[in-house]
Write a protein that binds this ligand. Structure first.
Ligand SMILES: [Zn+2]
Length: 436
């Protein structure tokens, strides 16, 4: 995909913060104030929503931001929070409602103390300074907070969110990176089949077993959770036990992310086109082609949508892959996923019985034997190659390849790249995909 237009990427980095005790106390106070503001604005929306059916005037973020000045004049503890941060919270609430109305997210709810945190996001007036352990994040009103800037900013910083994760503060800085005309990659194409027992199987016969980070800590986690249950409600000891649970969960989450980062980086660097099965049918596949015309803007919304549809790990891998592939001049192609695990990659026969066990595939028609996931990834590779072959060119003709899905006639090409192997011609009694 050659592009003459620069590509805008939205990327985020999370810097560990080391606030001073007074900064930490202020952040805690802000947390309460922002939760109050969220609940107030949310309650207003809920009440207006009921009235809205009558007078047809839905409330907007702007309406609520206008009321901020008066509210902050009355409540000094709310006025201590930067105004931009308050306004941004109202925007976030609006976005949450929009996502809900579009069917992409759950209904926004009231934030409860000890359970939820209201977003603390500065849309501007923040800075990231220094490098490494000498770095700092300057946040409005909070001033300079010591931070570990493990990686310098690479683009225009768009917003900075302060998040508390298992007792530690982080600054999540999202930035817009402009990549001027990424050179189209000429590296080989690969297809990846995602699974549960085998995390990934690619068309180069590589199998990556599922490290099961979650399962590994399950025992420790269960013990820590039982310990929380034994503690007196609301006590300091319960708080401590809760913190331990959070740390164990964070550890597993980070390990999972690390594995996926390593793998997605590998595929992004060594391959031009990465073919994966498109699991959420519509909007996910659009990202592959939409990055030029609608750069950046859809990515975060899409990410939320994917999250609701997919299991976290899989969608995380895909998101990582998509943003890592673009600067390398490659692309991710989602292809039609159905029956890929039951299709023989040699003769194209589709039969449930071909899948002998979880890992073994033996074709009932031609007897081809292979690891089931490897076979599936090669079926995906063939499907992806057929999509690429009929891809609309600059002049714009071809199938509906933009959706990453071959048209009906092209679905049978599972055997095309391997025609030489297909000399075994058993009677075609098994259901065959296409003219075969
Ligand atoms: Zn076969």
């Amino acid at each position: 995909m050659s592009t003459l237009v620069a590509v805008l990427l939205r990327r985020g980095d999370r810097y560990r913060l080391h606030p001073t005790p007074s900064q930490e106390a202020r952040l805690a106070a802000w947390g309460g104030a922002l939760r109050f503001l969220w609940n107030l604005a949310h309650g207003q929306r809920e009440a207006m929503g009921r009235r809205c059916r009558v007078d047809r005037h839905p409330i907007t973020a702007f309406d609520q931001i206008h009321e901020l000045t008066e509210l902050r004049a009355d409540l000094p503890w709310l006025a201590d929070v930067p105004r931009d941060v308050c306004a941004q919270l109202l925007v976030q609430l609006d976005l949450a409602w929009q996502r809900f109305f579009e069917g992409a997210g759950g209904r926004p709810r009231f934030k409860r103390k000890g359970r939820d945190r209201a977003p603390c996001v500065a849309p501007q007036a923040f800075r990231v300074e220094g490098e490494g352990r000498r770095g700092s994040v300057v946040f409005p009103k909070l001033g300079r907070v010591r931070a570990i800037v493990h990686r310098p900013l690479r683009g225009r910083a768009k917003q900075c969110a302060l998040v508390l994760d298992a007792g530690d503060w982080f600054a999540a800085v999202s930035q817009e990176i402009e990549i001027a005309d990424p050179v189209p990659s000429t590296k080989p194409t690969v297809a990846i089949d995602r699974g549960v027992v085998t995390l990934l199987a690619d068309s180069n016969d590589v199998l990556v077993p599922n490290p099961r980070h979650g399962a590994k800590v399950q025992l420790r986690l269960a013990r820590a959770q039982r310990s929380v249950a034994r503690k007196k409600k609301g006590s300091q000891n319960q708080k401590k036990a809760r913190a331990k649970v959070a740390r164990i969960q964070r550890r597993a989450r980070r390990q999972r992310a690390h594995t996926l980062h390593t793998l997605s980086r590998h595929y992004a660097q060594n391959h031009s086109v990465v073919i994966i099965e498109s699991l959420a049918v519509k909007n996910m596949t659009r990202s592959a082609s939409g990055s030029v015309e609608e750069p950046g803007t859809n990515v975060s919304q899409k990410r939320c949508l994917n999250r609701s549809i997919l299991d976290v790990g899989w969608s995380m891998f895909e998101v990582m892959l998509r943003y890592k592939v673009v600067p390398e001049g490659g692309r991710v192609l989602g292809v039609w996923p159905a029956y890929s695990s039951q299709t023989c990659r040699v003769c194209g026969a589709v039969d449930t019985a071909s899948r002998i066990t979880q890992s073994l595939f033996r074709c009932t028609r031609c007897g081809h034997e292979e690891h089931a996931d490897t076979n599936a990834s090669k079926v995906l590779l063939a499907r992806g190659l057929s999509v690429l072959a009929v891809e609309p060119t600059e002049t714009g003709c071809g199938g509906n390849a933009a959706r990453g899905r071959p048209t009906k006639q092209q679905r049978c090409v599972a055997r095309r790249p391997h025609r030489s192997n297909a000399e075994a011609t058993a009677p075609a009694k098994a259901p065959v995909f296409g003219p075969g």
